[in-house]
Design a protein around this ligand. Sequence first.
Ligand SMILES: Nc1ncnc2c1ncn2[C@@H]1O[C@H](COP(=O)(O)OP(=O)(O)OP(=O)(O)O)[C@@H](O)[C@H]1O
Length: 336
Amino acid sequence: MIGSIEVRGLSRTFHTTVRRPGFAGALRSLVNPERSVKHAVSDISFDVASGELLALLGPNGAGKSTTIKMLTGILTPTSGEARVAGVVPYQDRERNARNIGAVFGQRTQLWWDLPVRESFAILRDIYEVPKAEHAARLREFDEILELSAFWDTRVRHLSLGQRVRCDLAAALLHDPPVVFLDEPTIGMDVVVKEQVREFLRHQVEQRGRTVLLTTHDMTEVERLAERVVLINHGRLVLDGTLDEIRRKYGSTWQVRATLADAHTAVVPPPPGIALLRQDGPQVVFGPDGSGAPTVHQALKAVIERYEVTGVAIDEADLEDVMRAAYVHAGPAAEGV
Ligand SMILES: Nc1ncnc2c1ncn2[C@@H]1O[C@H](COP(=O)(O)OP(=O)(O)OP(=O)(O)O)[C@@H](O)[C@H]1O
């Protein structure tokens, strides 16, 4: 309960004025403004348990950042409700700020012209963190994020990877139970990405923090998240564990086997599996579209049923699985 997130029927609509092109258009817009309505987030509900890491996924413009902005108290929803660690974020921004840390990969919350360490000291004073606690936490963060090499540098002179590592530390210095990360590793090299992921794993597993993360990086999702929530056109289209999602949408596997005896007729495969191709001893099996088994079940079935000298699997990667989920959810989501 301490760090849980509850989202119930959350919606956010934006009203904007459409700008007509040219000088005459600008004048017309002034006299007779044309309004447009954008349903950025529509009636979404989900929960994140205390100590859980959830990835909020969706294509560009799906409504991820808008959702995070409502949960961090930056935006007020048009309707619905959210609670973060028991607090309604947009009603009690100050209490919410003490319970959460937030990192927006594209922006920094550090002071541009100050050395990083001075930003950390200012945050210590704002959040009234005792000095010894602050120092101990910084040492802990430094062990994985290796900040001390550059924490005397002005923020404006840091590389992107260095800056985001400092932002992560800054967001967690006051020991918040809940952390929001909006594309934290965008633009980083693989080494730094891995460092940040290790840090996040440590914060979830060892410190019990609740993390809500948005990313377009499926490797990140596989490495970090057990559960994902997928939104598209502002609507929630899927909420489940990676295993569940793979079972539901990830049936685009193929099992390729080499038969020991190419001349024996191939007996029909078990239910759920189809023989897709045969070229001499080379046979390829795939799902038959009737609620196919997982690739591991299929592999077991093939090995048990046929005498094979070699076997290989081509499994759909998570990117394919998510694409299948979007396609499946598409028509329902379009009506926004
Ligand atoms: N302040 C705003 N005024 C008007 N429209 C907005 C505003 N903020 C967001 N939108 C619109 O709401 C929709 C959702 O935007 P949002 O930034 O939440 O998407 P996202 O899923 O975070 O996308 P990305 O992956 O590209 O960051 C988009 O169509 C966007 O143009």
